[in-house]
Design a protein around this ligand. Structure first.
Ligand code: ADP
Ligand code: G6P
Length: 489
């Protein structure tokens, strides 16, 4: 099997993630169109090119009929994707419920459901049962497509029960699991009713990976405190069986962004944007419209900056591009109204007949438009309350070779550990601190911007998505070989 450039692929890789890189939209009984899915997991994995990859996951749509399922399976096969069909009830209980209303907020330190989200806890048991059922459905599809020698790489909090399902079926499968979110302090994980079952299942994998050393450490101490299993320098060892646990910081395909800036259409778009915002500094936020991204806090900090710096009021604009996400979950619906309300108030307060200080778009931008925006930005604002890594900050840096803009970055994003020396780090909960950082960024000297940018650019271009995947997969191969040697002794 060969790549497009004729070189052989390294190995066959089955990537298993809840979200496929494309989401399906039905156009007719047996016709589908496919759109790129938004999110860091998809962005990073699309940058992995050296493996013969099959991607197994959910296409983001309910397809109850056989004709539709057959047609979609065929359309996805052209993209090397294999669908897992989840019905509406499973999606409701597993994806909206257990994954996005329980695990996602908990892993980002927002806690288990309280008050109006309490109703959810009452159905906790049925949601966890649906979670396990959905994971088994993913496992069944993996088992159908698995060939001896494949590496099976499971991704994210949706699939914590998958390693156990896979190993129960075939203990010789090479199974890795990677978490794209933070793994919280063991004190937080301890509150989860299914805490032990999930940890045990993840430990069935041969290799468990996290974005940062801290997340890996939290996982190991959760295993020690909750399961009573000792951590070792390599990972976690239980009754002679070692699960290797390590940090593998993710990256992006930086060349894809750098090359995009050379495309004439992007150059044209950059020119238009510069004209459109001439005389004003451009500040940019690009996020999924998610409570962990700290969008209300960011906008309130911008308001405070405008309040305290009247001389900047007609010289700066904040572009906030927030693609709607998980729209069936009530918390996300509430967030949308909250953000609209704050933006409306601030634009009413500081806007004029001809200009408003905040342009807020609830939509996804296509790749080239996004690159053009990154390139004209003076200050990027990434104020996540918690974030596994945050690839938007990497994408911004990759597009800033000409401008050398400033990155304001939350200290609670994994990226703070890699881009911290070049960025202005902030506590996103501290509105005054963020407002002061905006002033600092806008007034920063060209020399200082250059120095900070070079630091970050070096990191982003050196530590790519490809390197991340290679490190994970080669560690997984080595771990399995070492385990075989140990048992044969
Ligand atoms: P998360 O994985 O939580 O969504 P990341 O920052 O790691 O956060 O990744 C987000 C990915 O989604 C990036 O590749 C970014 O370009 C993309 N994205 C986010 N918002 C938008 C948007 N409004 N339009 C287009 N792409 C977006
Ligand atoms: C984060 C998660 C991914 C998820 C993405 C988009 O990046 O880590 O697993 O795919 O958000 O969210 P969605 O629910 O639309 O897949």
């Amino acid at each position: 099997c060969e790549r497009q450039d004729g070189r052989p692929f390294r190995q066959r890789l089955l990537v298993v993630a809840n979200r496929l890189p494309v989401s399906a939209v039905r156009r007719g009984e047996d016709s589908w169109s496919l759109e790129i899915s938004a999110g860091g997991l998809v962005t990073a994995l699309l940058g992995v090119k050296e493996f013969e990859t099959r991607w197994i996951g959910w296409a983001g749509v309910n397809v109850p009929d056989e004709i539709g399922q057959k047609a979609l399976t065929k359309a996805l096969a052209e993209k090397w994707c294999i669908p897992v069909f989840l019905d509406e009830e499973i999606v409701h209980q597993y994806y909206n419920g257990y994954c996005n209303n329980i695990l996602w907020p908990l892993f980002h330190y927002l806690g288990l459901p309280q008050e109006d989200r309490l109703a959810t806890t009452r159905s906790f048991q049925s949601q966890f049962a649906a979670y396990k059922k959905a994971n088994q459905m993913f496992a069944d599809v993996v088992n159908m497509h698995y060939e001896e020698g494949d590496v099976v790489w499971c991704h994210d909090y949706h699939l914590m029960y998958l390693p156990e399902c896979l190993k129960n079926h075939n203990n010789n499968m090479k199974v890795g699991w990677f978490l794209h979110t933070p793994f919280p302090s063991s004190e937080i994980h301890r509150t989860l009713p299914s805490r032990s079952e999930l940890l045990r299942s993840v430990l069935a994998a041969d290799l468990v990976g996290f974005h940062t050393y801290d997340y890996a450490r939290h996982f190991v101490s959760a295993c020690t405190r909750i399961l009573g299993i000792e951590g070792t320098p390599e990972g976690v060892e239980d009754q002679g069986r070692l699960t290797r646990v390590a940090a593998f910081p993710i990256g992006i395909d930086s060349l894809r962004f750098q090359n995009a800036l050379l495309v004439p259409q992007v150059q044209e778009h950059i020119k238009e944007l510069k004209e459109r915002f001439s005389g004003r500094k451009v500040m940019l936020g690009v996020d999924r419209l998610d409570m962990i991204k700290g969008i209300p806090q960011k906008i309130l900090a911008f308001e405070k900056f405008l309040e305290e710096n009247p001389n900047w009021r007609d010289k700066v604009v904040l572009l906030q591009i927030a693609v709607p996400t998980r729209t069936d979950v009530p918390e996300y619906q509430k967030l949308t109204s909250q953000v609209h309300e704050i933006v409306g108030r601030i634009n009413g307060r500081f806007g004029s007949l001809t200009a408003v200080p905040i342009h807020h778009l609830d939509r996804s931008l296509d790749f080239l438009a996004l690159c053009a925006l990154y390139a004209v930005t003076d200050v990027a604002l990434v104020t996540s309350l918690r974030d596994g890594m945050n690839l938007v900050s990497y994408e911004f840096v990759a597009c800033q070779e000409a401008k050398k803009g400033v990155l304001i970055l939350s200290e609670f994003a994994g990226a703070a550990q890699s881009l911290g020396a070049g960025a202005i780090l902030v506590n996103p909960w501290n509105i005054t601190e963020v407002a002061n950082s905006i002033a600092l960024a806008l007034n920063m000297s060209a020399e200082e911007r250059e120095k900070r940018h070079q630091h970050n650019f070096h990191h982003v271009t050196k530590h790519t998505a490809q390197e991340w995947a290679e490190m994970f997969v080669s560690e997984l191969n080595d771990t399995v070989v070492e385990a075989q040697l140990r048992t044969s002794k």
